[in-house]
Design a protein around this ligand. Structure first.
Ligand code: ADP
Length: 401
């Protein structure tokens, strides 16, 4: 409650935040206890900040690293209200939370980051795209539909041509909820719910960056990363930092990022995914108002990690230095196809004898095909050497059951 006030009178009362921090009586809660929550908890440990976590199982990655783990459903209004009633600041590590509860907590004067009004926009890809259009942010051409039947009708009336990209408006992540549609047969098994059709972009590179903004309006931006996709599996293969792009493109990305956060008086951490087209045009794909995979490298490669940066915005502290003096490659450790059950890792010896290799094991007990079990960050001075190391490691590393 007190912190909510501090937020509004930001700047004037920041010394009270500092004193609360030092005696650790600031109560911060995270909705979601996955790997992003875990990394937020380990960053908070540096300041001995009390973090509470709400999620379904004590087996989840963040549980052993928080001060208080509450078992419950972050999609449920009552569970969120009970969890947060004694907290000062509430944030998220996943978008699919109960937003109605967040609105109520905000009305009670608590600090809710990101703002629930922004979450309402982001969680519906249709509203998200309309938001970009309204603010003159370049995006792929799109149409929004309330159902797949409405989309089909549009096609039969000749108002939409193949090919296009179908996207579920709600709850799509990691490529689920996205499908390339080249002909009518591709549409046979589409879910019936609200969706988008998007222009199929001729992508040269997929890029991302992270920006933070606190309640004083202070912003800090990390240099962009490139997300390299495995086109067969439509999954992220690895991520390279910094992205090998012209400074003009990087500057344009940063300019667009600032425009987005200023447009909504954003507070918190925002990851923004972009397409760079073969014609050199930059288009925003989507945003995530929380710590993000595309910022894993900030732990090893940047002065301030994305997790500490989020904590700084939660407490309305000045942003940390985002500079870096190394490059990095990040790749996910995914459960091997066909393997299900208690997880085992093979090839760790090779990993631990690779210079600059850092293992992040999320502690999920069971593996299943393509489940994110951990990630590896390779840090160094020469990206070409890191690419070689990635290739070598891949030969040995496997997550099996
Ligand atoms: P998710 O939120 O599930 O990750 P995205 O919107 O990021 O979904 O889409 C997943 C992937 O699909 C992208 O990384 C990109 O490779 C491809 N994709 C998405 N939209 C388009 C588009 N309009 N044109 C071409 N490819 C696209």
């Amino acid at each position: 409650m007190v912190i909510g006030l501090k937020y509004r009178y930001s700047g004037l009362k920041s010394e009270r935040i500092e004193s609360k921090m030092i005696v650790s009586d600031l109560k911060v809660g995270i909705l979601g206890g996955g790997q992003l929550g875990k990394m937020l908890c380990t960053a908070a440990a540096d300041w001995h900040l009390e973090l509470s976590v709400l999620d379904a199982s004590e087996d989840f990655p963040a549980a052993p690293y928080c001060h208080r783990f509450v078992k419950g459903d972050f999609r449920d209004e009552n569970d969120v209200m009970n969890f947060a009633k004694d907290l000062d600041v509430i944030t998220i590590e996943i978008e699919g939370v109960n937003i109605k509860a967040l609105h109520r907590l905000k009305e009670m004067g608590k600090t809710v980051v990101p703002d629930p009004d922004f979450l309402d926009i982001v969680r519906d890809k249709g509203r998200q795209n309309e938001f970009y259009r309204r603010h003159d942010i370049p995006i792929p051409a799109f149409l929004s539909f309330d159902s797949a039947d409405e989309l089909r009708q549009h096609i039969s009336e000749g108002r939409l041509d193949f090919p296009f990209v179908w996207k579920s408006r709600f709850e799509g992540y990691d490529g689920r909820g996205v499908k390339m549609i080249s002909n009518a047969t591709d549409m046979d098994d589409l879910p019936g719910g609200p969706c988008l059709s998007e222009q199929l972009v001729d992508i040269d590179k997929e890029l991302a960056l992270i920006i933070s903004r606190n309640a004083r309006g202070q912003k800090a931006i990390y240099d962009p990363v490139e997300m390299v996709f495995d086109s067969r599996a439509n999954l992220l293969d690895h991520l390279e930092f910094p992205a090998a792009i012209d400074s003009a493109i990087s500057n344009r990305m940063k300019q667009l990022a600032k425009k987005i956060v200023d447009a909504v008086d954003f507070k918190g951490l925002l990851a923004i995914e972009f397409f760079l087209t073969k014609d050199g045009e930059l288009l925003v794909n989507e945003v995530a108002p929380r710590p993000h995979n595309s910022g894993h490298h900030t732990i090893e490669c940047c002065t301030t990690s994305q997790y500490e940066q989020l904590l700084r915005t939660l407490l309305n502290l000045p942003p940390g230095d985002t500079s870096s003096d190394s490059c990095g490659i990040m790749f996910n450790l995914l459960g091997s196809p066909g393997k299900k059950g208690p997880a085992k890792a093979e090839g760790l010896d090779k990993l631990f004898s690779t210079p600059g290799a850092h293992l992040h094991w999320y502690g999920k007990k069971d593996t299943k095909p393509f489940r994110k079990m951990g990630h590896v960050l390779l840090a160094g001075q020469d990206v070409k050497i890191l690419r070689e190391r990635l290739k070598e490691l891949r030969k040995n590393l496997k997550i099996t059951a």
